[in-house]
Structures are given as structure tokens and as C-alpha cells.
Design a binder for this molecule. Sequence first.
Ligand code: NAP
Length: 432
Amino acid sequence: MKTWRIGVAGLGVVGGGLLPLLTGRQGQLSQIGAGLELAAVSARNRDRDRGVSLEGVAWFDDPVDLASSPDIDIFVELIGGSEGPARDSVAAAIAAGKHIVTANKALIAEHGAALARAAEDANVALFFEAAVAAGIPVIRAIRDGAAVCDIDYVAGILNGTCNYILTQMDRRGSTYKDALGEAQRLGYAEDDPLFDIGGLDAAHKLAILTVIAFGVCPDLKSMPVEGIENIALADVGHARDLGYRIKLLAVARRASESVELCVRPALVRERHAIAQTGGAENIIYFKADPLGVICLTGPGAGAGPTASAVMADIIAIARGARGPVFNRPAKDLKAASVVNPIVQIARFYLRFSLQDVKGAIAAVTEMLAANDVSIDSMLQPPVGEHPGKPAAVDVVITTHSALDKNVRCAVDAISAKPFVIGEPTVIRIEEF
Ligand SMILES: NC(=O)c1ccc[n+]([C@@H]2O[C@H](COP(=O)([O-])OP(=O)(O)OC[C@H]3O[C@@H](n4cnc5c(N)ncnc54)[C@H](OP(=O)(O)O)[C@@H]3O)[C@@H](O)[C@H]2O)c1
């Protein structure tokens, strides 16, 4: 059995989780036919305790030097970031003919096609199972399990931080701000939480899944991405009263000549597994012909789950897994033409705060009707008294299927009325 020499750059949360798997599971590894040896590491701070003995393991201050070292066979990039040392070291590893494993979604989402092309030209493997939903083997399920299938859609919850916040708001009645603070205390949120709550992290993961599922590369800048910053506790409660939960959904759906892509909050029926996925868990559905509908759920972050996925990639390489990085030659990947959401048809949840004046509600319903938006249900939840302020009412409406553009026109027209207080809320209702 060949012993593969592994070089690991980045010894933080994920790297720290990987070291004991690489050094302490030799019995299991030999049983599955993978001889692995931790040969070299790189991080910023050489003196930091990494929890396992690194005696006899070569140290590199510069991950680029590690990536091109003749003493390793597989380079594992766990630094993070789409540029700088992560990108430079992966490029150096490819140039030096090393196989590569990375957990870096930003790097693969932004430079995956070019890196895949270079890796395929150099005949080396480039694996990144941990980059999407960490411990959930969704890339393997789509790339290998559905290798010859036509994918209809991929949809789910791809960001644990947002799901944790929305779950706390729903189950505990926490405000958005308190729930975010709690997510940060528990270490779920990225250093810059805007990356999570603004939807960009989920967009990176959706972009990667889109390339694998549909063979097209989406332009992240043209992908409609909305985060959860504007979700009010009131909307979480009204959605619940209507039999829904609000979730940050990432959806890629085959359209006639293109792919519909979006990351945005949506109402999902409470009985659906997506609505029931709480806390920091992730869930992904995909529908493939002739495979059928597959649902995967589990931990989408954390040292153990992410390191397990990295380890699975290393073992796959040691067992000889190769082939095109995104399941078709990288030179054949095309740019995705993304459908503009305004031409899409969907059901919507709308909430308006109105001054309690005669005719206000009638005016709202008239303006919806004038824009071809028909109402499915309407709630007028009781609102408390606000001493010193004019009386106000909340009006919550769900629509039948309507053109996105028409709903936006109606909402703009309603917002311009003097009896409307603040910004109306518009959230899609996703049916699966
Ligand atoms: N954390 C998760 O749950 C999770 C889940 C899925 C995917 N990922 C991805 O996994 C990757 C790593 O994430 P992480 O959470 O482990 O990050 P992290 O805890 O911040 O660790 C980053 C590591 O990179 C090292 N590093 C930073 N700059 C370096 C440089 N110039 N040269 C050498 N080493 C450098 C750091 O060294 P020091 O320790 O010396 O500072 C640290 O060990 C990211 O791409 C992330 O998106 C993470």
C-alpha cells in the first residue's frame, strides 16, 4: 500500500479538526486501504498549540513553499479567502503536480473554473467536498450519485448562521439582533457576519453546486442575493400563524435556456423538511432524472464535520479517484445566463403597516388588483397601542401566483401612499 504524504496549510478550526484524523486513525485508514502520513504543515503562528504533536512534521512559514514541496503528494488548503495565500498556494500545488483538497468555498466559487482547467491540464485531482455544507456529502451525491442524470433543481439551506438566527426568532421569539449576537458567541458566524447574513456565503455554495449540477458557471455579481437583515420578528410570527416558516433559501432551477438562481428569504410550508430544519443545520434537496428527489441534511459547519469531509476527499484521492473536477471537462464549462427574477411567477407574502384611516385597506387591495395580483389570504393582526402615535394597523397578505414584476409595481404604488408607514415587507413563498 502506497503511503501518501499530506501537506496541510491552515491549522485553524478545520485544520485543527483534521490533524487528529490524520494522525490518530491509522488503524481505520489501513483497513480502508489508504496509507496517509502527515508530512508538513503551514500556518501563521508556529508557536500555537495545535492539540496534537507535530514532532517530525515539517513546518513551512509560507504555504506556497509547502504546496510545491517535493516532500508532499497531496496539498490540503484550509486557510480561506478567494485571493492571497489560499489562491497562490493552490495554483502553486497544481503547477507542482500535487493533488489538492480544499474546504474553501470562496476560492472555488470565484476561481473554480480556471483552477479546474489548470488541474485537468496538469492531470491532478482538485476536490472540495467540505466547501458546500461541510459534513454533508452533497457534492459527491450530485457529481457521482447523479453523474448521468439530468438535474431539475437544487434547493436548500446552505448557511447555518442564518438558519440559527431565524430558528431563534421563530422558536424563542428572540430579536434579530439578539439571535445574531448568540450566533457570534457560539462561533457560528464568520468574522464578518455580513458575509453570512447578507447571503454571500450561501451564494458561493450555490454557485459551486450550480456548476456541478448544470455544467454552467454563474456570475456571482448577477446572481440575485438577499440576506436576512430585514426580516422582522413580526414577519416570523405572521408566517407561523399562516402555517409557514421563514428560511434563507438557495435555489438553482433549470429553465429553458438558462438557470434560475437566487439566494433569498422565503416562506416554506411548516410541514416541509426544509421548514423543520432548525439551528445551524443545513439541508439540500435535489431532483434528478431518473434518480428522483434526494434530500440530505446534517451539520453544515464546525471542525469535526468539515474535517471529516476533507478527510473523505483525501482518501478518495489515495484510492485513485480522478476525473473532471466539475463532472465535465473544465474547458467545456459555459457562463450561466441567469434568469432575471422580475419575469418569474411566484406566490408572495406582503406586510404593510398602515395608518388606521378609512379606506386604507381598500386602497391596498385595489392597487394589487390593478396590477393583476390576486389575494389568497389577508390577516389583520391586532397591534398594541402606541401612546402619542397615530393608530396603525398591520395588514398581512398572501397572494396567488403572480408575476414578480407586477407585485413590485403594486408594492411601489402602495408605498407611495401617505397612509403607509415605513417599508412594506415582500417575501416569496416557495412551494416544493
Ligand atoms: N469553520 C467551518 O466550520 C468551515 C466549514 C466549511 C468550510 N470552511 C472553510 O475552511 C477554510 C478554513 O476555515 P477555518 O474556519 O478553519 O479558518 P480559521 O480558523 O480562521 O483558520 C485559518 C488558518 O489559516 C492560517 N493562515 C492564515 N493566513 C495564513 C498564511 N498567510 N499563511 C499560512 N497560514 C495562514 C491560520 O494560521 P494561525 O492559526 O497561525 O492564525 C489558521 O490556522 C475556509 O476556506 C472556510 O471557508 C470552514
